[in-house]
Design a protein around this ligand. Structure first.
Ligand code: ZN
Length: 91
């Protein structure tokens, strides 16, 4: 299904719309809160599966830009991305 994201975490999950910039903003706030509460969350968006986790503190760089990773890391196909790159990729 296009235009929606499935968020799953331990004990539940939800489906949120991600078509407008405002909806995507809310979506990322959901992820942020859920990952902090549950340690990690899984996302399915445009048939891609992401895992969002709290950063373990290692100095690891993003797979697609020189930034070091933020408090939350986004994993897709074995690569780890910072929040900014993930936001771009999730569009
Ligand atoms: Zn990046």
């Amino acid at each position: 299904m296009r235009g929606v994201a499935h968020i799953s975490f331990e004990g539940g999950g939800l489906i949120v719309p991600v078509q407008t910039p405002y909806e995507r903003q809310l979506f990322f706030e959901h992820i942020d809160l859920s990952a902090k509460r549950h340690g990690s969350v899984r996302l399915k968006i445009n048939r891609r599966h992401w895992t969002v986790s709290l950063h373990n503190g290692d100095h690891e760089a993003c797979a697609s830009c020189p930034r070091s990773l933020d408090a939350l890391t986004y994993r897709l196909n074995g690569q780890t991305y910072c929040g900014q790159c993930a936001r771009r990729a999730l569009h």
